[in-house]
Structure formats: C-alpha cells, structure tokens
Design a protein around this ligand. Structure first.
Ligand code: ADP
Ligand code: MG
Length: 271
C-alpha cells in the first residue's frame, strides 16, 4: 500500500494532539426519542472518555444505540440527559448553529456508502468541506484537497469521477474529504461495510497510519476482525455500554494482507 505521506502535506493536515484533554468526554449520557406516545431509550447513562491519539471501535447488535452515540459524538444531535464535551467544549450548551460550526471545525465523517457526489471529480469532492470555510482562496482549496488526496495515495486519480474508481478508492476519496479540514476527530460509521476483505484490510491500514500520525479515530463496525485493527473496543447492548477494553495485540494490515495473498496464491497453485 502507498505510504500515507502526512509529513509531505505542508499544512500538516493531521494535527498532532497538543494537549491531553479528552477529545470526547461523555458523562452519564442518555438519549431518549419520543415517538408518538412511546419513549425510546436509545442510549442510557454512558460515561466514557477518548483521549487524543486513540483508535476506538464501537460494536453491538443492531438497535443497541451505536448510531445514536455516534450522532451525538459527531454533534449531529444533542444528548437528552448528561453531558458531552468535545475537545473541551461543552456541547450541551450550544444551539444548532453553534453545534454546526463546532462540527465543521473539529470533525471529519466517513460513511459506509462513501457519500460522494457522482458528477464531480475526486478533487472537487474533497474540496467540498472547504467551500464553507471563510478566507480560503479557490487556489488554496485546490491545493489542500490535492494534499489530502496524496495522503490517501490517490494523487494520480484526482480528476476521476466516482464511477471511474473502485469501492476502496472511493472510500479513500471520502477519507481525504474528511481530513481536508484538519479535524481533531475522525468518525467512521461502518467504513468497510461495503468493501471486500482485501480492500477492508487496506482501508484499516490507512486508518492505522493516520492514527499513528496522531489522528483520533472512532469507528462503528459489526465485524470483530475489523475491530481488531483498532486499539480499544466498546460494546453496546440495549443502549448501555457493557464492555470497554483495550485490544492487546491489534492486527497489522500489511501482515494480514501478506497472509491473504499467500492464501490466494496457494489456492491458485492447487491442482
Ligand atoms: P444502532 O446504530 O446500534 O443500530 P440506533 O442508535 O440506530 O442503534 O438505535 C437505537 C434505538 O433507538 C433503536 O431502538 C432505534 O429504533 C431507536 N431510534 C433511533 N433513532 C430514532 C429516532 N429518530 N426516533 C425514534 N427512535 C429512534
Ligand atoms: Mg446504526
């Protein structure tokens, strides 16, 4: 896999943590949805901190509250109970527009379905979050987008449209788009859910490299082997956090890719 050339990106697209305040601090966080007469307790009393430089997987059955947790952590929604601080800012106190500003400044999102605009090139997709940032010239936007694409190993595909790229390449474009604003936190909801095994391992390798450079990453996955590329696993059940443990020996993507290739050639050589 292409190396992630963070050092080459002049603007330092991944900010190394300068302080040791938690990036995420949830205290007795709950979220209750009112649907008609019924109250749905989607998340109940979750407390946890994520420090700068962590790489966390969130697991749990469908309906266990993972997306509700991610939406709150990503400032798309606010808690109905408890407190949430993002990089030292108490989110509970913010109104909708302040929440949106904080989100644009601090968070990069990666989705299962890539969510790229199909009629625009890779580099234009990556430039999108910068359109809302004031005081950045068009030329500078292009330059930053190109740097982010180079970081994910796709510099040469900048002018390709999504339908001219493989699934793994499209997810790389989406990761470049998430990085272009130099966020504090990268959030990914099932980022490998639409990818084959080899491509999933490659994408996990990219997250590992970004994390090694200092990026804090939190991702939802329902695959245990994917979670084992991270450093910490949270398990949700019925809105509660039932397990929070370090992963002792995370998988290494280059080793796993080598094993996969060896297996494939063994199959190809079999009579
Ligand atoms: P997961 O991502 O783990 O599948 P969710 O966070 O999406 O879980 O959902 C947790 C619970 O909250 C589920 O019972 C779901 O039906 C409910 N829920 C999620 N969003 C809403 C909503 N907007 N209104 C009402 N109930 C919701
Ligand atoms: Mg979900």
């Amino acid at each position: 896999m292409d190396g992630v050339r963070l050092a080459a990106a002049g603007s330092g697209a991944v900010a190394v943590a300068s302080s040791m305040n938690p990036v995420i601090k949830l205290e007795d966080f709950s979220k209750t949805y009112q649907s008609g007469e019924v109250q749905v307790h989607a998340v109940r009393g979750v407390s946890l901190s994520v420090m700068p430089g962590e790489f966390v997987a969130v697991m749990g059955a469908s309906g266990s509250g993972k997306s509700t947790l991610m939406n709150t952590v990503g400032c798309l929604d606010r808690p109905t109970g408890g407190r949430y601080s993002l990089d030292g800012v108490d989110v509970t106190q913010l109104d909708r527009s302040e929440l949106a500003m904080l989100r644009n400044e601090k968070i990069g999102f990666v989705f299962q379905g890539f969510n790229l605009l199909s009629r625009t090139s890779a580099v234009e997709n990556v430039e999108l979050p910068l359109l809302y940032a004031r005081g950045i010239s068009g030329r500078e936007q292009y330059k930053r987008a190109m740097e982010a694409l180079e970081m994910v190993g796709l510099g040469e595909r900048a002018l390709h449209h999504p339908n001219q790229l493989s699934g793994g390449q499209q997810q790389r474009v989406a990761i470049a788009r998430a990085l272009v604003n130099e966020p504090k936190l990268l959030l990914a909801d099932e980022p490998t859910g639409n990818l084959d095994t080899q491509t999933s391992i490659e994408i996990m390798g990219l997250f590992q490299e970004l994390n090694r450079e200092g990026m804090t990453v939190v991702m939802v996955t329902h695959e245990l082997d994917i979670a084992h590329y991270t450093k910490r696993m949270l398990i949700m059940r019925d809105g509660r956090l039932i397990k929070d443990e370090a992963i002792q020996n995370p998988l290494c993507s280059s080793e796993e890719l080598a094993k996969l290739h060896a297996e494939q050639s063994a199959v190809a050589l079999a009579p």
